[in-house]
Design a protein around this ligand. Structure first.
Ligand code: ADP
Ligand code: ASP
Ligand code: MG
Length: 412
């Protein structure tokens, strides 16, 4: 029997009614002749609540215990959906990560899936089970401890299962009806895309569009998983949602495919560090070891052998970063005059494969922000994206202005 993977995000399993509604959709695919692997998130808001409890208990928490706590939300929804399906006479069983087992690295709170042996679930399918309800976002480390895959990780669980089981398709059911040119919640003119290229989706996701976790897009691209994003609230149709696919499968596209934002960024500047060989390694080594996800980096010009080093990281890692830098200073490996944190910045990015062959896209972005009176604090570019750091209070304005400037409401 062919296999289908269906993933339901937090809002799609937010209460018992929604779990029942999602279960009906699953039952329909079973009736269509599929063995279904359902991947569920925790009920919406649950993971945030669990993360909050961890932070309240321990500021610089042990990530192994963080995982023990925050993985639990998915266990509840997996069990409840299996029960609901059983009530509908669909042979279903829940699976926690360790039972499959979903083997991951031991990078707690941000682990990567290394392998998904298919034998256990395949044996149950052979035995008559029709639905495996898998708790998303979690796995087991080589040391035998529970891990989680980073926020939004259930998407990655879903794509990884689709690859492991050679599924016909991986359907990501969420609270919007597809991938848009930007977050439809902050730009009413956002337009739904029928198709988006893996590369563009990868950039949008990694730059903050949380509709898919970055790693899930990477895996889909590598294993050529047929990945579709669609609404769990609308009636399904053949061409519903957005298909994430290879560039060759898209006929036309705009130079800029979309605008992404990341709200909770911080900009940190080490004032007056020695400008010498090895200084970047001496700063960013300890930050990496402390688990700080450094994103943009700028080194200023140096004066009299000293320079300022600026970097950005998620705002909830500022304490960790400060701690790591103070420790490095005490150990004598770096010396700086001050460490200044700006915790009220956001990152705005434009993404598009068309940028490879079109000049002037970055200049147009900068001019648009200038016209809105928005100051740019840091800029980074790559072949298919431009990102800027700005004051967080201008975030929505910047997204809308860029969406207008690049006429993203119109298809090319
Ligand atoms: P789920 O709980 O189903 O995993 P998420 O909240 O993680 O859902 O992701 C869906 C959300 O992603 C949408 O509600 C939307 O606000 C946001 N989003 C951000 N950028 C985009 C985009 N370009 N297209 C669609 N949704 C987007
Ligand atoms: N529940 C987890 C989160 O909120 C994983 C997910 O929903 O994808 O991050
Ligand atoms: Mg999500």
């Amino acid at each position: 029997m062919p296999t289908l993977v269906m993933k339901f995000g937090g809002t799609s399993v937010a209460n018992l009614d929604r779990i029942a509604r999602a279960s009906k959709r699953v039952a329909r695919e079973v009736a269509n002749g599929y063995n279904v692997i359902v991947v569920v998130s925790a009920m919406s808001g649950k993971t945030n609540e669990l993360v909050g409890w961890v932070n309240e208990t321990s500021e610089l928490f042990d990530a192994r215990e963080y995982d023990a706590v925050v993985s639990s939300g998915e266990n509840v929804t997996a069990g409840l959906m299996a029960l609901r399906l059983q009530e509908m006479d669909v042979p279903a069983r829940s699976w926690q990560g360790w039972q499959v087992p979903v083997q991951t690295t031991s990078a707690h709170a941000n682990a990567r899936i290394e392998a998904i042996p298919t034998e256990n679930i395949a044996a149950k399918f052979a035995d008559g089970m029709r639905v495996a309800v898998v708790a998303g976002f979690q796995g087991i480390s080589p040391e035998g401890r529970i891990t989680t895959l980073g926020r939004g990780g259930s998407d990655t669980t879903a794509v990884a299962f689709a690859a492991a089981f050679d599924a016909e398709r991986c359907d990501i059911y969420t609270d919007v009806d597809g991938v848009y040119t930007t977050d439809p919640r902050i730009a009413s003119k956002a337009r739904k895309l029928d198709r988006i290229a893996f590369e563009e989706m990868l950039e949008l996701a990694s730059l903050g569009a949380k509709v898919l976790q970055t790693r899930s897009v990477e895996l889909a691209m590598r294993y050529r998983v047929k990945l579709r994003v669609l609404s769990s609230f609308e009636e399904p149709s053949e061409d519903a949602g957005t298909l994430v696919c290879a560039e060759e499968d898209i006929m036309e596209s705009n130079v800029v495919a979309g605008v992404a934002y990341s709200r909770d960024e911080a900009k940190m500047t080490l004032i007056s560090v020695a400008d010498r060989p090895g200084i970047a390694a001496a700063i960013f080594g300890p930050l990496a070891e402390a688990g700080v996800n450094v994103d943009m980096i700028v080194q200023n010009i140096s004066e009299e052998g000293r320079t300022d080093m600026t970097f950005s990281c998620p705002v909830d890692q500022v304490r960790r970063a400060q701690d790591a830098m103070e420790k490095a200073k005490q150990a004598g490996s770096i010396n700086f005059h001050d460490l200044v944190a700006d915790e009220a910045v956001a990152k705005i990015s434009i993404v598009g494969i068309g940028m490879r062959s079109h000049a002037g896209v970055a200049a147009k972005m900068f001019a648009t922000l200038r016209d809105e009176g928005i100051n740019i604090k840091v800029i980074t570019t790559s072949e298919i994206k431009v990102s800027v750091l700005i004051d967080r209070k201008y975030m929505e304005l910047a997204v809308q202005a860029l969406h207008d400037a690049f006429e993203l409401e119109k298809a090319d």
